[in-house]
Design a protein around this ligand. Structure first.
Ligand code: AMP
Ligand code: MG
Length: 493
């Protein structure tokens, strides 16, 4: 028994619930993080901690490191590994958290609920041949890019902390081990539903669907057809999310169904990267040999993924299967139009247009075609167009560009916005800085090889204000030097 006269140990604002653990046991396996030899804090997200209701000042650095390495458990935690399956490059596979552990759900001061998950915290029942561990470089990369995505205004999981473990992980070479603390609206994936559907467990399917509605779409609980409404809502959020990716040149790189979150957040920052030169066929992932997840394929792949989701829901949509299939098809066929709608709305903002004309999509597509023909940088072209003086922008101003530019100016004059207002609209839609691959690599190299976080921290602080158009961004704005294309990314490292 604890002594009631003793003050309670500092809880630093942790308020954990574990509703996921109450779902049918098919969906999870109890699993404790495996303690590490020498936990050490590398980076901590104070702003996110405050949003979560944590008070970082209540605990020492060492206490934090112990928590975020999984050596100490917060009160209320019921650590578990989530079960899920997924279509990886089109092939169905049973998966599950092989190197991640859900500690619980933090309830924030405003009553929001966020999963707190350790990634790289040791093997679980689902690890197969993996070691359950992660290396420092990829965890810092996820931290940097997920936080950049958040600042860009794109729904995403977030990163609360990275600690090193004091242990080595063995990949092609020995690397410093690390644990990332990931914060997510939830970790329910299309693949979670596929796992349950593959087990043909109707009770678990219904429980998971009801839980997903409760957690992410509570307004649908009382809908006439809640599960069809859930499908439609997931389609809408995914269509919007992919459009947001496209509008900043983000390439996810591994859009397997286990990496598509039903919350509509971007999840899994393994092989993702931002495009420099505009080319719709751009892909970076070394294992994506046929470009399945290339830039221009992201919307069709998302539709393919939500189709897999729809299949799992069939028994809930209608008791007669043919009718259920009809309902699912009707919903899925909305995807291209929903995507196009969001993409065009984003493009209008990027071009400083506040009203709608039927030729707007063509105007945007012609600019993209021009970028492709002239190997123009995607981000910097839109940044240049958002500046007052185009001549400073270093664009290849050939005849094709001048003709497009004239039509664009004429189009901007056919709206009630002034040119100044139009530019303000553009600057809120066109980031002046993104996590460029060569800059990410530079920052990570310093951090991992030399234990020097100065560049990483500066880069992070610049990425936190991507629409600011300030002078301190300039060192991060340059595209990679010519001839250095062929950037490659790697999965699950
Ligand atoms: P990802 O490529 O990160 O989406 O991971 C795909 C699957 O591989 C998931 O089930 C992961 O949990 C698992 N996995 C990736 N890396 C490891 C590792 N080092 N040890 C165990 N499982 C892993
Ligand atoms: Mg994954």
């Amino acid at each position: 028994m604890s002594d009631p006269t003793n003050p309670t140990p500092p809880h630093a604002g942790w308020r954990l619930e574990c509703t996921y653990a109450a779902l049918p046991s098919l969906l999870h396996a109890s699993s404790r993080p495996v303690p590490v030899a020498g936990p050490k804090m590398v980076i901590f997200n104070h702003a996110l901690a405050r949003t979560l209701g944590l008070d970082p000042t209540e605990l020492s650095r060492a206490e934090h490191a112990a928590i975020f390495a999984g050596n100490d458990l917060m009160e209320g935690s019921q650590p578990l590994a989530q079960a899920y399956a997924g279509h990886q490059y089109g092939h169905f596979t049973p998966l599950g958290d092989g190197r991640a552990i859900l500690l619980g759900e933090q309830i924030t001061p405003t009553g929001e609920r966020f999963d707190i998950q350790l990634k790289g915290s040791g093997p679980t029942r689902f690890s197969r041949r993996g070691d359950g561990r992660a290396a420092l470089g990829p965890m810092l990369r996820e931290y940097l890019i997920s936080e950049a995505m958040y600042a860009l205004g794109i729904p995403t999981t977030r990163s609360l902390a990275v600690v090193t473990t004091g242990e080595l992980v063995y990949r092609q070479s020995p690397l410093p081990g690390a644990v990332l603390t990931r914060v997510a609206a939830s970790h329910i994936r299309v693949g979670t539903f596929e796992w349950v559907a593959a087990h043909q467990d109707m009770a678990a399917l219904q429980a998971l669907a009801d839980y997903t509605i409760q957690r992410h779409y509570p307004e649908l609980a009382t809908a006439e057809q809640p599960y069809l409404s859930l499908l439609n809502a997931v389609i809408e959020r995914q269509a919007r999310l992919i459009a947001q990716w496209m509008n900043v040149g983000f390439i996810h790189g591994v859009m397997n169904t286990d990496n598509m979150a039903l919350s509509g957040e971007t999840i899994d920052y393994g092989p993702c990267a931002f495009m420099d030169t505009y080319d719709p066929a751009t892909k970076f992932s070394s294992i994506d040999q046929h470009g399945r997840y290339a830039y221009a394929n992201q919307a069709p792949i998302a539709q393919w993924n939500v189709t897999r989701f729809a299949e799992t829901l069939l028994p809930l949509l209608h008791e007669e299967e043919p009718r259920a299939i009809e309902m699912a098809n009707e919903a899925i066929h909305q995807f291209p139009d929903r995507f196009k709608w969001h993409w065009l709305a984003g493009m209008r903002r990027k071009l400083g247009l506040s009203n709608e004309e039927s030729e707007d999509a063509a105007l945007a597509e012609e600019l993209l075609q021009w970028m492709h023909d002239n190997q123009a940088d995607f981000t910097n072209t839109f940044r240049a167009l958002s500046q007052e003086k185009l001549k400073d922008a270093n664009l290849p101003e050939n005849e094709a560009f001048r003709s497009w530019h004239e039509r664009w100016l004429a189009r901007r004059n056919r709206q009630t916005l002034s040119m100044d207002e139009s530019r303000t609209l553009m600057r809120a839609a066109n980031p002046s800085v993104i996590p460029r691959n060569h800059k990410v690599e530079e920052a990570l190299e310093d951090a991992v090889e030399r234990n020097d976080l100065v560049v990483l921290e500066r880069f992070l602080s610049v990425l936190q204000r991507p629409y600011d158009y300030t002078i301190d961004q300039s060192e991060f704005q340059m595209p990679p030097p010519a001839g250095s294309c062929g950037y490659e990314t790697f999965c699950g490292t």
